[in-house]
Design a binder for this molecule. Structure first.
Ligand code: 13P
Length: 260
């Protein structure tokens, strides 16, 4: 992989309790071997109420903690929203933006998501922009156009310099939480397409540097073949990240692909 460290993120979604979040984060930190952490970046995305407790469990370990979402506004009368500044205040370094459960479940538009991306980057957070087509879009043969539009609209106004703090998660909606994963070659071809589009929108150097991770039913049993693809730079793990042992197996798989 050309100069791209793999990144494995655990998106806990709306799962865990205070106690189980603490136990899960502690188990991840304890089980993360130093040599693996040297090769692979690890990030945890707990629910907002447990960010602080997870951040405390992580301490100085090489594990980033991030929000599952962030507001596109700086501060003010935005009931229920969480600002980038608040995430930074808690010691978070990253945020997800545009997860399909927000795009489709909460109707967040490309414009809203672009605002979030720009606000988070301007505030100093790293961003993982999630994109992916639905089953209907895939069956209609529109996957590539849909994803290309989500990427270009999501990144509108993002400078080359800020792009260095952004990664993309390709998560086909039909593969999320369904047990169906994209075939490794299909993931590879979509990732390569996203990279080619980034080259058009930016330049070859920037496109080569951006990490593009895959998400959608990644488990220890299928991680190796997906992570081995040359344009797959890691994974965003949902269900399997709720088990520290399985999550760490996926982290190790990413580190060993990188080392090989
Ligand atoms: P699953 O791994 O549970 O399919 O979820 C993927 C995902 O949505 C990660 O953000």
């Amino acid at each position: 992989m050309p100069d791209r460290r793999p990144l494995i993120g655990g998106n806990w979604k709306m799962n865990t309790t205070r106690e189980s979040a603490e136990a899960l984060a502690t188990a991840v930190v304890k089980g993360l071997a130093a040599d693996v952490a040297e090769t692979c970046d690890v990030a945890l995305f707990p629910p907002f109420p447990y960010l602080q407790v997870v951040r405390q469990c992580v301490g100085s370990a090489p594990v980033q903690v991030g929000g599952q979402d962030v507001s596109g506004h700086e501060e003010g009368a935005f009931t229920g929203q969480t600002s980038a500044r608040m995430l930074l205040d808690l010691g978070c370094t990253m945020t997800l933006v545009g997860h399909s459960e927000r795009r489709h479940g909460l109707n967040e538009s490309d414009e809203v998501l672009n605002r979030k991306v720009r606000m988070a980057l301007a505030s100093g957070l790293d961003v993982m922009l999630c994109v992916g087509e639905t089953l209907e879009e895939r069956e209609a043969g529109h996957s590539e156009q849909v994803v290309a539009k989500q990427v270009s609209a999501g990144l509108e106004g993002v400078t080359k310099a800020d792009l260095e703090r952004l990664s993309i998660a390709y998560e086909p909606v039909w593969a999320i939480g369904t047990g169906r994963t994209a075939a490794p070659e299909d993931a590879q071809s979509m990732h390569a397409r996203i990279r080619a589009d980034l080259e058009n929108q930016y330049d070859a150097r920037s496109a080569t540097s951006v990490r593009i991770v895959y998400g959608g039913s990644v488990k220890p049993a299928n991680a190796d073949s997906i992570l081995a693809q040359p344009d797959v730079d890691g994974g965003l793990i949902g269900g399997a990240s709720l088990d520290a042992g399985g999550f760490l197996d996926i982290v190790r798989a990413a580190a060993s692909v990188e080392a090989s």
